[in-house]
Design a protein around this ligand. Structure first.
Ligand SMILES: C[S@@+](CC[C@H](N)C(=O)[O-])C[C@H]1O[C@@H](n2cnc3c(N)ncnc32)[C@H](O)[C@@H]1O
Ligand code: SF4
Length: 385
C-alpha cells in the first residue's frame, strides 16, 4: 500500500444505541425503548467537540468516523450537526474521509441520501453474513437480500463504501466460506473488513459456548478459514493491509490507519477513546460509557472524560508496536527506538525471523509475515518483552 506521510488527525464519534443487542457483541451499545432525545445528544456532542478542540487546537482533520452502536439510527440532521461542530472548531482537510457505520436494514438504507447530503462520504455496512440461517444465528435484524440491497444503495449514494463479515462461525467450512467470500467480493468495490468470530466474555454467546451449546470451528479449521480469506481476497485484488481488513490499493480506511500508525485522534461521545498530544506528551483519554451519565457530565463540565492518562515512553512504544504490527506495512523500528528510548532486542528479532514470523525489509521496516499473523499476539509479546 502507498504510505502517506502527512500528520493525520482523526475524530471518532460514538453513537451508543442499537435496536437490539446482537448476542456476540460487547461494544458499548445499548437498547432503549423510549425515544432518544437526539437534539440533546447533538448539543452534547458539539459541546464535547468544543472542549476537546480547546485542548488540541489548530488541528487539520483528515478523517471522521461515526461508529457505534448503530449510527445509522441517527437522523441525518443530527449527523450534520456533529459534522458542523467538528468543522467549526478544527479545520477539515480538503480530502477529509467521513465514514458512518450503518446496519443494512431497509429503514436505515433509506437514510443514506440524507447522510450524503450531510457530508458523509463513506459508509461501512455491518453485513456480517450472506446467508439467512447465519444471520438469524447471529441475531441480526436483516436478511441477506436486504443487506445486498443496502450495499447497492450505498454504491449509488457514496463514493466509497465497505462492509463487514464475520467468519469462523459455527459449522462454517472453508469451502462454504470461500463461496460466500467470492459473492462478497463481487459486491465490494474497494474495501472489506473480515473478522474472525470472537467469543466475548459477558455476551450471550459466551454463556452458550461455556454450556457447550455453541461450537465454533476448531483451531485447524479456524486456521484454514483464515488462509482461505487471504488467498481468495488476494486473488481478487483485495489483499489484506491489516490483519482483518482488505482493500484495493489506495482504498484503505484512512481513519483506521490513524489508530494503527499511532497518530493522534479525538474520541467524542459515550465510551470513546482518544490519543491527544499535549505539550509533547501523549494523553490516552476515555469518556464515561453510560449514555445518560455521559450526557449529564458533558452538560455539567463540557466533557465526559473520566480517564486522562499520560503515557510514559514504554507504554507509548508498546502501543506503537501492538497497533503497527497489525498492518501489513509493519513498523519503522527507528520510531520504536525513539519512543522507547531503546531499540528492539536484536536477538528476539533474529529468532522471530528464523521462525518465519517476521521479516525486515530492504528499507529497514519490520513486518509480520502471513505465517506470523495468526500468532500475532505472541509475536508482539515477544518483541515487547
Ligand atoms: C461496532 S460493530 C458494528 C457496526 C454495526 N452496528 C453493525 O452491527 O452492523 C463493528 C463490527 O465489529 C464486528 N464484531 C462485533 N463483535 C464481534 C465479535 N464478537 N467477533 C467478531 N466480530 C465482531 C462486526 O463485524 C461489526 O460489524
Ligand atoms: S453488532 Fe452492531 S448492531 Fe449488533 S449490538 Fe453490536 S453494535 Fe449493535
Amino acid at each position: 500500500m502507498t504510505r502517506v506521510e502527512t500528520a493525520a488527525f482523526g475524530v471518532y464519534v460514538h453513537w451508543p444505541f442499537c435496536l437490539s443487542k446482537c448476542p456476540y457483541c460487547d461494544f458499548n451499545s445499548h437498547v432503549r425503548h423510549a425515544a432518544i432525545d437526539e437534539d440533546r445528544f447533538a448539543r452534547a456532542f458539539a459541546r464535547e467537540i468544543e472542549t476537546t478542540a480547546a485542548r488540541v487546537p489548530g488541528r487539520q482533520v483528515s478523517s471522521i468516523f461515526l461508529g457505534g452502536g448503530t449510527p445509522s439510527l441517527m437522523r441525518p440532521e443530527t449527523v450534520g450537526a456533529v459534522l458542523d461542530a467538528i468543522a467549526k472548531h478544527w479545520r477539515l482537510d480538503d480530502g477529509v474521509e467521513i465514514t458512518l457505520e450503518a446496519n443494512p436494514t431497509s429503514v436505515e438504507s433509506a437514510r443514506f441520501a440524507g447522510y450524503r447530503a450531510a457530508g458523509v462520504n463513506r459508509v461501512s455496512l455491518g453485513v456480517q453474513a450472506l446467508d439467512d440461517a447465519s444471520l438469524k444465528q447471529l441475531g441480526r435484524l436483516h436478511s441477506a437480500r436486504e443487506a445486498l440491497d443496502a450495499v447497492a444503495i450505498a454504491r449509488k449514494a457514496f463514493e466509497r463504501y465497505s462492509f463487514d463479515l464475520i467468519y469462523a462461525r459455527p459449522d462454517q467450512t472453508p469451502d462454504k466460506w470461500a463461496a460466500e467470500l467470492q459473492l462478497a467480493i463481487k459486491e465490494a468495490a474497494e474495501h472489506l473488513s473480515l473478522y474472525q468470530l470472537t467469543i466475548e466474555e459477558g455476551t450471550p454467546f459466551f454463556g452458550l459456548y461455556a454450556a457447550g451449546k455453541l461450537r465454533t470451528p476448531n483451531e485447524a479449521t479456524a486456521r484454514a478459514l483464515y488462509d482461505v480469506t487471504q488467498e481468495v481476497c488476494a486473488r481478487h485484488g483485495l489483499p489484506a493491509y491489516e490483519i482483518s481488513n482488505h482493500a484495493r490499493k489506495g482504498a484503505e480506511c484512512r481513519h483506521n490507519l490513524v489508530y494503527w500508525r499511532g497518530e493522534e485522534y479525538a474520541g467524542i461521545g459515550p465510551g470513546a477513546h482518544g490519543r491527544l498530544d499535549i505539550n509533547g506528551t501523549r494523553h490516552a483519554t476515555a469518556t464515561e460509557k453510560r449514555p445518560e451519565a455521559w450526557l449529564m457530565r458533558v452538560e455539567a463540565n463540557g466533557h465526559g472524560v473520566i480517564t486522562n492518562d499520560v503515557l510514559n515512553s514504554v507504554e507509548r512504544a508498546d502501543e506503537f508496536l501492538l497497533m503497527g504490527l497489525r498492518l501489513v506495512e509493519g513498523i519503522d523500528p527507528g520510531r520504536y527506538a525513539a519512543l522507547a528510548g531503546r531499540p528492539l532486542n536484536p536477538r528476539r528479532i533474529a529468532m522471530l525471523r528464523e521462525e518465519g514470523a517476521i521479516v525486515v525489509d530492504g528499507d529497514g521496516r519490520l513486518r509480520v509475515t502471513q505465517a506470523g499473523f495468526p500468532v500475532l499476539d505472541a509475536v508482539v509479546a515477544d518483541l515487547a518483552a
